[in-house]
Structure formats: C-alpha cells, structure tokens
Design a protein around this ligand. Sequence first.
Ligand SMILES: Nc1ncnc2c1ncn2[C@@H]1O[C@H](COP(=O)(O)OP(=O)(O)OP(=O)(O)O)[C@@H](O)[C@H]1O
Length: 735
Amino acid sequence: MEGGSERTNQIEESQAQLLCGLPDDIALFCLARVPRKYRTVLKCVCRSWRDLLCSEEWHAYRSKHNLSETWIYALCRDKYEQICCYVLDPDLPRRCWKLIQGLPPGCLKRKGMGFEALGKKLYLLGGCGWLEDATDEAYCYDVSRNSWREAASLSTARCYFACEVLDGKIYAIGGLGSKSSDPHSWDTFDPHKNSWESHSDTNVVPDVEDSTVLDGKIYIRCGASAVSSHVYAVLYEPSNGTWQHADADMVSGWRGPAVVVDGVLYVLDQSSGTRLMMWQKDKRDWVAVGRLSPLLTRPPCRLVAIGKRIFIIGKGLSTVVFDIEKTVNMEGVMRMHPQTIDSEGPYRLLYCSSKGDKTGVMQELEKHVEPNLADYDKRTALHLASCEGCTEIVVLLLEKGADVNSVDRWGRTPLSDARSFGHEDICKILESRGGIDPVGLDSQTPCYEIDYNEVGMDGATLIGEGAYGEVYLVKWRGTEVAAKTIRSSIASNQKVKHTFLKELGLWQKLRHPNIVQFLGVLKHSDRLIFLTEYLRNGSLYDILKKKGRLDSQTAVSYALDIARGMNYLHQHKPHAIIHRDLTPRNVLQDESGHLKVTDFGLSKIAQEKDAGYKMTGGTGSYRYMAPEVYRRESYGKSVDVFSFALIVHEMFQGGPSNRAELPEQVADKRAYEDSRPSLSSILYPEPIKMLLRECWHRNPECRPTFEEIILRLENIEDNLRHERPIIGCCGCIIL
Ligand SMILES: Nc1ncnc2c1ncn2[C@@H]1O[C@H](COP(=O)(O)OP(=O)(O)OP(=O)(O)O)[C@@H](O)[C@H]1O
C-alpha cells in the first residue's frame, strides 16, 4: 500500500511538473523560448501548459526576458458594414492576415470606437450606432485565451475619440459623447484596478483627428476649425496632469496618422499622394522620408511601428513595410526601401524598376512573377512598364515571351503607351521587336471628311445651342450622330477657322471611353459643321437640372468618369490638352450612364482676336473659371482641376452655388476675394471635402493632378462600397 501511494505521489508530482523531471523554472526557461506562432499547439499539450500560457506569469516572464513578440491587430469593416478584427504575425515569411472570430455582437455595427492594446489584451471602447448617440460599453480580447468579454465601462460615453496608452494606462480622450457629457473630458483606465477615472480640462477638444505618444506625452491633433483650415494640437503632460497647446511648427506638418520610432515622430501624409514625413526635432522641420507608389499602398492607411519597422496598412489590409535602418540618403532626401507584403507581382516589379533598383527587379521577377507568369500578367506588366518608363522590365518581359503587340481594351499596344508617355528608349526597343502603334503616330491621317450628301441635314432635329452655334441630331449612314454647326461669325474668319480645324484634327486622334468621339468634318458645306457621336442622355447640366442632388456613390462615379477623360487629355503627348472650358454642359452622358467630356481645346479660339466668341457664351462658363484665368494671368493644366472641383461640388449640391449672382460676379469674387462654395458637412463625405479644397486651391501648384484625383476617387468609391476600410490598427506585445 505504502509503495503504491508513493508511486501515486510521484505521478502527481510529475504531472504537476511542466516538463517531466525538470524543475518548473527551467521548464519555463525552455518553453518561453518557443516562438509565439506555436502557442496554439503548446496549449493543446496538457492542461498545465494551457494554464501557463494563459497566465500573467508567462506574459511577465516573456516581457522581462525580451522574448515578447509584437503582432499587429487591425480593425476593419466588411462589405456588410460589420466590423471584423484581423491579426498579422509580422515575422512570418509568408505573411497573411488572419481573421479573429467571436467579436461581441453588440459592437459589430458600431462606428467611432476606440481600439487599443495594453499588455496581453486588446480593448474595443465606446462608439456609436444608429440608435445610440454614444456608448460607454467596453470589450476586451484576451489574446492568450483567444476570447472576448465585456470590460469595465468607460466613465463617459464617447465616440470618435483618441485612444492612447501611457505609463500602463489607457487614455480615452475627447470625441463626441452624449449631450450631457463634458466635451472637454478624458478618461483613464487602470488595468490593475480594472476601473476608469474621469478628468476634465478646457484645453481638451471633442474634435479629435489623430493622436500619438511622443517623449512620454500624449499629443492630440484637433480637427481643422470650420472657420479656418488652421490645425492645432494639444499635449498631455503627465507630470502635472494638464493639457497644453503643442508647438505650432510640429503641428503644421502633422497631416495624418503618426507613429514614433526610436523617439522620432513619423507621419503619413495622404493629402496628395502618400508621403512618409519625419519630424526633425533639432532642426524643427519636417522632411520627406519617402513617397509611396500609389501602386503599393491603398489609402487611407494606418501606421504601426514594431522595432525599427513601420507597417503601413491600407485598404483591403494591403501592407507595406518600411525599415528605418535601411534608410538611404539620396539627393538630400531620405528614402527607404519598402518591402511589400501582398501587392501584386507586376506592380512590385515596377516599383523596383522606377526606383532604378535593378537587383530588386531581378529578385522580384524571380521571386514572384517568373515561376508562374501567366500571359495575362505578362501583358499587364508590359503595358504598365511601357507607361511608367521601366525599361528593364520591358526588356525582361519581352525576353519572357510577352506579346509586343498585345492590345488593351482601348486598342492600344505597348508602343502606343510608351509613345503617349514619351519614353523614347522604350519606343525604340518595342519598334525593334516589331511593335506597332495603331492609335498614335502610325495612324496619322488628315481630318476625316464626310460627304454632305451622306448626312440627312434636312431631317435634323435641334438638340441644343451653345456659344459656337446650334447642335442637331442627324443621321449619318443610318446612325444617329450629333452635328455641331459653327456660327458664320466665327467660321468666316479664316484664322479662326484654321485654328478650329487644327483643334478638330487633334480631337480626331483621341480615343477614350470618357471622351466624346469625333467623327469628321462635313465636306462641301457652305458652313463649318462637324459630327460627333450622339449622347442620348444629354449633358450633366440637364441631368442635375432634372434630378437635383446626386447620391454620393453616383456623384463619385461621375466624378471618376470626368477625371479619367481629363487625365487622358492632360497626359496627351507631346503636349497636354487643356480643356479650358470644363463645365457641366460640356460633359455628356451615354445610354449606359457613363459620362464623356466634349469640346476640349475649342475654347482656344476664344483667345483669337475677333473670334466673335465670348467664353461665357451665355452658358455660364465664368462659374467654373479658375481665378488665374479670370485675372488673365498665365495658366496651366490645373485650371481644369479647378473647374472639375466646382462640377463635383454641384453634383453633391444639386446645382451651382451662388445661383442668385451673375456668373461674372461669382468669378470675380473667386479671383479677388478667394471665395469658394461652402462644403456642408452632411452632404459631402470628409475625403471629398478634402479633395475639393485642394482642387480649388488658390495656388494652382497646390492642386492635385487628375492622376492623383483618380486614385483618391477610386479609394473613396471603394470606401463607399464598404470594402474592408481600416478603422484602427495597433501593435500588441503578447506572448
Ligand atoms: N454629342 C452630343 N450628343 C447629344 N447632345 C449634345 C451633343 N453635343 C451637344 N449636345 C447638346 O447640345 C447642347 C449645346 O452644346 P454645345 O456644345 O454647342 O454648347 P454648350 O456646351 O452648352 O456651351 P459652350 O458652347 O459654351 O461649351 C449641350 O448642352 C447638349 O445638351
């Protein structure tokens, strides 16, 4: 009996031991060194291992011995508008985001929540929904247990607030709350007491845009006020528990999400393109660290810093990594080598090539594209490379058997692309391999002339009248087309007629789904008449007059149509085509609902002396005129961007602003008083407001190009379709 009980004791003792025959501290020493990715497997071994892995002791041991591994957590919204949480192990060779199941149903539809990591827990705080103004509810995810539960409620119900961790406590600051709550309040959460404490300071404002912790202080960037675009920030000084105004120099360049690496503040400026900026404390200046290719990131992005690496996480969880240690200095500007995680092969190739990184090109080709390079990818990559001027890739792809004359949906070959973008060296390479250009130089023909007798002008129906003359619906060889007649007062002037025909010759060469197709000039007519495709739905002016305000999705999709057409004109080679008279009347809609730009370049004749043409032409072009044009200063492509912004504004508004004022008065105020239409907060999504403000910027050089506009509108469109936009991200040090 005695021997039996001794054996049982031995068994119990060995069962209680973490590793049989080893003291627990040595077993902990061994187990704690197993990488975090094997945690799930370890937990399945036995109950004592499971308990150990979920314990505070394990967590504390790993932290103390610098064994902690930071994983990244991202909160997104799915296509059903429900939030979902993903996790990424940044050190796995094949990085992929994994979905975390079991989010509490109560918070799935909430917006404006706080998301923060503290210790081995993630916290989801506050937020608002359709039926609730703001909530104080909090949820917590214990990473070691992989389970969600309710956490201690916030002292104040709040949404759209700042959330930061400082000295082991969570700070929930500002934001919007229930009407009774103090707009200048902040709450702190102490995990040891498991309770929140409320504080107040008049310097804390509800309208919070970003926050970060720098030099042991919390910085809050406040939203631009309604009256000015002035941005300011406040900082929390933990030594005396007060909030003070932050240094204006620093705040001036803080335009986006921020992270701190080695005590240095980095900000991702997404206002025009995506640039990583660094605050140089000693010089009190912001410097650009690197510009991210729009092909790699999908803004709006969030930042997470792990060690010396900055993870830039964008829509669809697209992730780019910047390693601060690999920073190089070029032309006085710091640049970094981005490491992409999950962008597509052809784009990755292009990025390396555009940076002149030949080794990178070869590596990318071998690593991602070469093994299974599908014909489709080769074709896409060849077209992209020809547009972007990436000579090495063009050569490599041709060697890999890419079709030199593959045609895209606009009938363009790689040679057409290379010519349009003026890449002479690529043109030569493509030509030497038998490349042809069916839409460009190879197809130069004189302005196509249509026999007057082929057009039934007698049965013409008047469809509109503009500054140049009347527009008729006619039949040409059985097809309905638009015939634009030019007033004899304009056409009788030989110089003007010559300019006009030159512009038409240019128009004839253009082919784009968002450009009205030119068909030809009528021969043997005593008047100057030309034919274009007929767009049954009329002009955007008619549409807005009939329908009024458009919903956001339609407005953005229309704006994209116009921007794509305009970008095609602005990127025309050898010279950009400036429209100069972009108005809702010069944007027409086809039967499928797509918009096309028309009449570009024709306003050039307005500059000809004695043209008998006035740009306003009674059609109100003054309303869309850029200030520099009105002031008769020199101007460039960005005048079209200015007009574009006013058109987009009208689509959201349902018509022009300042309707009571004469168009010329409106233009005068814009040019000399810097007046701009108001952006009512309900009608315009925030990114549209930002875009419009930039597009109608008083300084033409500060306006974005149509290429940038397209990228931003595409993102806005994606967001409107609720495609997993990133709500929040945080790194979490857990075992
Ligand atoms: N290709 C077309 N298909 C269908 N309708 C057209 C076409 N072109 C013009 N229209 C109609 O005719 C109207 C007059 O067009 P037009 O281009 O002559 O002048 P406008 O654009 O209104 O003013 P402006 O001459 O100052 O640019 C347009 O507003 C549109 O409703």
